[in-house]
Ligand binder design. Sequence first.
Ligand code: GN1
Ligand code: MG
Length: 365
Amino acid sequence: MDRILTIAAQFAQKGRVATAQEFGQGNVNDTYLVTLDSGEAPFVLQRINTHVFRQPELVMRNMRTFTEHVRQRQRTDVLCAERRWDVPQVLLTQSQQDHWLESDGTVWRAISFIDAAQSFDTIQSLDHAREVGYGLGMFHHLISDLPSEQLADTLEGFHITPRYLQQYESVLEQNSMGSSPEVNYCRAFICDRTSLAHTLETAKAKGLLPLRLMHGDPKINNIMIDAVTGQAVSLIDLDTVKPGLVHYDIGDCLRSSCNPLGEETDQWESVCFDLDLSQAVLQGYLSVARSFLTPTDYDYLFDAIRLIAFELGLRFFTDYLMGDRYFKTQYPDHNLARALVQFKLTESIEAQERSLKAIIQDLRR
Ligand code: GN1
Ligand code: MG
């Protein structure tokens, strides 16, 4: 921890670093909450996983472009005048850099802490679901007038499902994996859905879905909720804010918030997608997003929800087969367990296709 304290001190403009504690549930970066002994606001320190984000300087540049844009927009935005909305700020080092390169080659950055707010790994109530949706809508609203060319692609291939499928297939060719009921289930599950993988990319290629800016990772625990009002007040984890489809975000938000057991549950056989929650999330989202969604956007909402759950299962399973190189794990079969959860969720979404489509149909009127 001494090393972390020393790195944290690079970002402490005022006051001395008092403590640094591991923080959050991130699967990719390492995150610490840093407190200062001067009563200054705490901040978040992160080691950027450069195995995943190979150009961390681009990640930081995007983050600064994004936060500056939103800061300007908030000044005149009517929705922001009505209620609290916070944007995490990039903190600079003593020498005014947006990241710190440690002598061992690790890359670090610091971000302001969203005060008096919390996030949850699982959904708490229908009101919470509505707020989660509102938060994503607000995020898309605030970013909707930033031209997508202004942000770099910080993670090539991210959410391009056919690429994940290709990667899976090449891992299968090289890998003589043992068979177990769980592994066989995953393999058969993917095999039955290879055509599904292309749904959003085909629509994008045909020009049916426009390239916009997206958050990339708006899962339930990246949406901060005000500790007093219960309202969504911020989206954190801005590494993957980059050009993409808003559908990836909508799918990710729903797959993570409408699974009441959460993505880390060990009861994968009981995982299901909750329709009432999905209605609440979509209501919250559309209360802001209705103004910029096109009729075709609505046509692809069901596909997006189904696809992103499937895609995450595919990513976890491929990583399991590759020996856990991408997602951090806490035990040997962790990525397999995570994949099973997402596949069960996909199955549940598929089983409720008609009802979920009816909810979407009803909300688009
Ligand atoms: C990763 O690091 P974290 O937990 O914010 C992943 C997301 C997944 C998520 C699943 C850059 O996000 O795509 O949906 O795990 N981020 C990246 O929990 O791959
Ligand atoms: Mg993330």
